[in-house]
Design a binder for this molecule. Structure first.
Ligand code: NAP
Length: 242
């Protein structure tokens, strides 16, 4: 096997100034990964509708961008401004999402629009906006999908349909970006204890996964040497589907 020394060189030269963009980086799983990357010395750009909610909003290496991922123009503007201030992006983490049950008898067009525009279009147009500014030979895109992208669940059909659609998108851009040696990971967690489950009592969440554990898996994928790619990370609850 021939060693590709140019890839190793990119990795070594840029290790001290690595740049991450995290959509939905203010709360839950996104908050946990933003915090891990700041701790590793990265510059982290947090995109959310209310990014100031992020617990480390005042960190000197943290940059906040008020963006609704359903607005493709706003995503394009954020990509241009981040590229101007921070240069190329080493990790693009597409985490912004919403989820709730929609029993079929009551499923509405409004729920369909919110679930698909946020989880599917929001991810597609964020990937489109940032793809031109990803660093060739090194960058990793992590898309936060779900166990709902692998299976169907009664009463969750619209969320499951959205996450299944997302998986088709991720599998396609993985091949499309391969020629630039940009790696694309889909992470598919089971139930995670985040603010999206704030309505549940603590005793109902004792088997939920800690968001920091999910963030650690994502950071492992991001930090792999450029020759290796984790394409799918499925992390279920130890007790099985919840
Ligand atoms: N929690 C789980 O059990 C679980 C399991 C599997 C997969 N997931 C997936 O993990 C991702 C994060 O979920 P979470 O549980 O961490 O949720 P969360 O705690 O509710 O956080 C959601 C994040 O997304 C942002 N966001 C939501 N809608 C947005 C929009 N239109 N534009 C920009 N940002 C938006 C939120 O900020 P703003 O509200 O300020 O915009 C927040 O930063 C989602 O894609 C979800 O489907 C979650």
């Amino acid at each position: 096997m021939v060693e590709d020394s140019s890839l190793e060189k990119v990795h070594r030269e840029d290790i001290d100034k690595r740049v991450a963009v995290v959509t939905g980086g203010s709360l839950g799983i996104g908050e946990a990964v933003s915090t891990r990357l700041l701790g590793l010395g990265w510059q982290v750009h947090v995109l959310a509708r209310r990014p100031e909610a992020y617990s480390l909003a005042g960190h000197p290496s943290c940059h906040l961008h008020s963006v609704d991922v359903r607005d493709a123009d706003a995503l394009g503007d954020a990509a241009a401004s981040i590229n101007e201030t921070s240069g190329l992006v080493d990790a693009l983490i597409l985490c912004a999402g919403v989820g709730y049950p929609t029993p079929l008898a009551d499923a509405s067009r409004e729920q369909y629009a919110e679930l698909f525009d946020t989880n599917v279009a929001g991810t597609i147009f964020a990937a489109k906006a940032f793809a031109p500014v990803l660093r060739n030979g090194l960058a990793v895109v992590v898309v936060v999908s779900s166990i709902a992208g692998r299976r169907g669940y009664a009463d969750w059909s619209l969320y499951c349909a959205a996450k299944h659609a997302l998986e088709g998108f991720v599998a396609s851009i993985r091949d499309e970006l391969r020629h630039r040696r940009i790696r694309v990971t889909s992470i598919q967690p089971g139930s995670v204890d985040t603010p999206s489950y704030a309505h549940l009592a603590p005793k109902e969440k004792t088997e939920f996964i800690d968001p920091v554990s999910v963030a650690d898996l994502m950071v492992s994928a991001i930090q792999l040497p450029p020759q290796a790619s984790i394409e799918i990370l499925f992390v279920n609850n130890a007790v099985g589907d919840l």
